[in-house]
Design a protein. Structure first.
Length: 436
RNA sequence: GGAGAGGUGGCUGAGCGGUUGAAGGCACUGGUUUCGAAAACCAGCAUACGGGCAACCGUAUCGAGGGUUCAAAUCCCUCCCUCUCCGCCA
């Protein structure tokens, strides 16, 4: 348990013992993740911390011993002798404690930068350009006409209003109307039903959150730039992963209740601070959207994490398959992993107009990186308290998913065929003009 | 927005300067009892770091930070959080 001064809360990190025993592994992780981090600096700081701590503890032991004497002293003379002695000790102790504090702050600064170790199976690379495709599903849609963009299709069918979106909400603003609205709800409904078959319980989660769950999940302090902040110092979350993980924060999960499978639904807010020139048109990249997110807490075993990681992918794939959207799955390379991520899969959906696969899902696991910081524990079979493992992954992010959906299902006359699984929600098999 | 109350171990809840890592209860573990179980009774039971082969020893932790003191869960200051009442509001 450590004090992180900038945020004034307690933060857990990768275990220092583990780092000491596996310094090469950690250094290698930093290199693979393309992070500028030197384990040697941390270990030097840790040696210093431990040696000063030892001195401080010796003084404190002396002081505690004297306390017993004072308390048990029969006459005030004996008492005064000890008290006078302790006054001298106090001065020395004070000095050492100041030293310790200084070293400790330096140590903490380095500790929060320690990356989690990527899995062996993660390919090495600098950026998302080197993510490795390992699976495709569905053939890229073939049209006997020139396909148009989702913007044209949806504007034409009065499903979207981007001009007024910008007028009212500013850059990247949008309105979803009529069947645009209905299609979104249909996607959500279908997502909930899909996940239910896999045992997930749905939760509507808040997005306006205190900083603690952001620090715990790893979005702060590193990602401050990407978050909206209110005048009351709360932040708007960019994914339900944050509130759902916060849900169990500082708790001990009752015995025999793992794994916990949540399906979080929430509005999501992202500043997109580093991507001003990217995807400036349409629904691919917006500041405000909705997402249904899978979150799992499981026993602290690598094989459990791996098993659940594959399951989250399976759930997302079965969702995409049922929608009939062509997609591929990539393993994200080391340089594209977050500080805490061990491994990540992205699902990318085919976008005909762009003739590109675009990311719609992101599914990752963290081992105990997040639960350590969030202080989420459970009792294992030996009765020992352990940090759980955590995972999360997209199930349905709208409106981004609409882009691929409407473009793949567009028809020559400008109408959109409704995927079979969604027809019951829309009450029709085709979206046409003037039916909105 | 106004006025109060409070933050102590896995949970509940006492303590309000020194013998308190912290009473009591619950939960949990072991034992006695029982054909078995429940109940009852007895015992054990916090976490982290450091040292030791080990029994064990040292240090820290009573929301956070700072201060007073030889000594702080206990006194003072600042901050954070929670609850209750009033007002406003979906």
């Amino acid at each position: 348990m450590f004090f992180y001064p900038d945020f004034a809360i307690l933060v857990y990190m990768l275990d220092i013992k583990f780092i000491r025993e596996n310094k090469d592994l950690v250094q290698e992780a930093a290199r693979k993740k393309r992070l500028d981090f030197n384990v040697g600096d941390l270990l030097t700081a840790d040696d210093k911390r431990l040696s000063i701590l030892k001195e401080v503890e010796t003084f404190r032991a002396l002081q505690n011993e004297a306390n017993q004497k004072v308390a048990g002293a029969l006459n005030s003379e004996d008492r005064n002798v000890v008290i006078e002695e302790m006054k001298l000790v106090k001065e020395q102790l004070q000095k050492k404690e100041d030293e310790l504090k200084e070293v400790f702050i330096e140590w903490q600064k380095l500790m929060v930068q320690v990356p989690n170790i990527p899995d062996m199976s993660v390919p090495e690379g600098d950026s998302d350009a080197e993510n490795s495709e390992f699976k495709t599903h569905g053939d890229k849609t073939i049209f006997d006409f020139e396909p148009v963009s989702h913007i044209d299709i949806m504007s034409n069918l009065d499903m979207i209003d981007l001009e007024r979106g910008t007028k009212v909400a500013g850059f990247r603003g949008y309105f979803l109307k009529n069947d645009g609205f209905r299609l979104s709800f249909a996607l959500w409904q279908h997502a909930v039903e899909t996940a239910q078959k896999f045992g997930f319980s749905p939760i509507m989660a808040p997005s306006l959150l205190r900083k603690e769950p952001f620090i715990g999940t790893g979005y702060l302090p590193q990602g401050e730039e990407d978050l909206y902040k209110t005048q009351d110092s709360e932040y708007l979350s960019g994914t339900a992963e944050v509130p759902i993980m916060g849900y169990m924060m500082d708790e001990v999960i009752p015995e025999n209740s793992l794994p916990l499978q949540y399906l979080g639904f929430s509005p999501c807010f992202r500043r997109e601070a580093g991507s001003h020139g990217k995807d400036v048109k349409g629904l691919i990249r917006v500041h405000e959207f909705y997402k249904i997110e899978q979150v799992v807490l499981c026993e602290a075993r690598h094989d459990e994490s791996v098993k659940w990681h594959e399951t989250l992918l399976e759930v997302a794939e079965s969702y995409m398959e049922s929608l009939g959207i062509p997609y591929r799955v990539v393993v994200n390379c080391t340089g594209d992993l977050g500080l805490g991520q061990v491994k990540k899969y992205d699902i990318e959906a085919w976008v005909p107009k762009e003739e590109k696969y675009r990311e719609t899902h992101s599914i990752s696991y963290f081992h105990d990186f997040q639960t350590r910081r969030l202080n989420i524990k459970y009792k294992d079979t030996e009765g020992k308290l352990r940090f759980a493992h955590s995972l999360n992954g997209t199930l349905s992010a709208t409106p981004r998913l609409l882009v691929s959906l409407v473009e793949n299902y567009q028809q020559a006359d400008g109408s959109i065929k409704v995927p079979e699984v969604l027809q019951k929600y829309l009450g029709k098999d085709t979206i046409t003009k003037n039916q909105s």
